[in-house]
Design a protein around this ligand. Structure first.
Ligand code: ADP
Length: 374
């Protein structure tokens, strides 16, 4: 590390300055007081891995983060660690032109792969400095965003295409009978409501996401919210011949957001009513378990295969079951529930048996619940 170490350090600081200063403020201040600049110590405290290669691409120096992340050590040939051809190509290409470079590399490790933005700097004597910025989180978000846009477009396109096809049909048909007109109108109604539901659910989801960090400070009577949620869905339950039974319970108060809690209960209960067997009963329990307030919705219906339970809180995911495929839904209801659960620092447990029914538990943690029980 004797080789122009201060130059190297300056370059690293240029790139990593904000990160470094943020993480090592105390150490820098201390160093300047002592007027000693412990370069080796400092570079080892940088979270970003970096290595210096000699002209034969052997590791001349690796900071602690690089050693930990890639198991590199002095004198190891860097290409024995980064084996994929594009790594070598990128390094060689720019070095031959004596230009610094930047590229993205996927590094495979046992727990999955990580993405790094690798910057190369040409140093004196044909030495090379490589810094590795971990951009895995960014990549993941990018993928999520593009999946999300793809899903939204697909979900909106399906009802839109149905509407367009019917418009074409009407255009080419001179005389529409009353029966046909009614049939087309009801399809228009169904498809436009579908689009409206998707858009409303997406707006709700976005709002809940932006409110995620907002403090919750209202004391909410859970019993009241359950009653008002049941009230909202009473008509639908009657139409589907479903009974809703709230088991007798004492009063429970929690710290919460009343609108969001109601939205959560309505979404869960709406599913129970939609998917449950006709003439069955949906039971609601509110109880204290191990000092935690637990709200349970239990229905008798098609259930959800065990392997798919983790997926049903994903946006747009709907269980591909024949029995329920004609039941309307956006696949966003439980994604909204999940976010409201997170905001309330609660937990959601879903257990289900195919052909028997589902049980959804919302567990409010102690500090949000029992402390306030009156
Ligand atoms: P949807 O609008 O499709 O109901 P949700 O996000 O609320 O979307 O639920 C996701 C999927 O989980 C549903 O499409 C359904 O397949 C399954 N599901 C949710 N609740 C139940 C339930 N009580 N019984 C059976 N399946 C359910």
């Amino acid at each position: 590390m004797k080789l122009n170490s201060l130059n190297i350090f300056k370059k690293i600081l240029d790139d990593e300055k904000s990160n470094f200063v943020k993480n090592n403020k105390k150490k820098i201040v201390k160093s300047s007081k002592n007027t000693i600049f412990p370069v080796n110590d400092l570079v080892n405290t940088i979270d970003t891995p970096f290595v210096i290669l000699d002209k034969n691409y052997k590791v001349n120096f690796a900071n602690y983060a690089a050693k930990k992340q890639f198991s590199v050590d002095k004198d190891i040939n860097i290409f024995s660690i980064f084996r994929r051809p594009e790594f070598k190509e990128n390094i060689m290409k720019k070095k031959s032109k004596r230009k610094s470079n930047e590229f993205i590399y996927e590094f495979f490790e046992s727990q999955g792969s990580k993405f790094f933005n690798i910057k190369t700097y040409i140093l004196r004597n044909n030495f090379l400095l490589l810094s590795f910025m971990d951009i895995s989180r960014l990549k993941k978000l990018e993928n999520l965003r593009s999946d999300f846009v793809g899903n939204v477009s697909h979900e909106l396109k399906t009802p839109l295409n149905t509407i367009i096809n019917i418009i074409e049909l009407i255009k080419n048909q001179k005389n529409l009978s009353l029966k046909e007109r009614k049939k087309f109108m009801s399809i228009f109604e169904k498809e436009t409501y579908k689009m409206k539901s998707i858009i409303e659910d997406l707006l709700d989801l976005t709002k809940i996401e932006t409110d995620l960090e907002k403090k919750i400070s209202n004391i909410i009577n859970l019993n009241k919210i359950i009653l008002s949620s049941v009230d909202i869905l009473k008509k639908k339950a009657n139409k589907n011949n479903i009974k809703i039974k709230i088991q007798k319970t004492k009063k429970f108060n929690i710290l919460g957001d009343a609108n969001q809690l109601q939205q959560m209960f309505v979404n869960i209960l709406d599913n129970s009513i939609k998917y449950a067997d006709k003439n069955s009963t949906v039971n609601i329990y509110l109880k204290n378990v191990n000092n935690k307030t637990v709200l349970i919705f239990k229905d008798k219906g098609p259930g959800i295969p065990n392997s798919l339970i983790p997926r049903i809180t994903e946006r747009f995911y709907r269980v591909p079951q024949k029995k329920i495929q004609n039941i309307e839904g956006t696949g966003l209801g439980l994604a909204i529930v999940k976010h409201i659960v997170i905001r309330h620092k609660a937990k959601i447990n879903i257990t289900s048996k195919v052909g028997e029914g589902s049980l959804i538990e919302i567990i409010f943690n102690k500090s949000h619940a029992t402390r306030l029980n009156l």
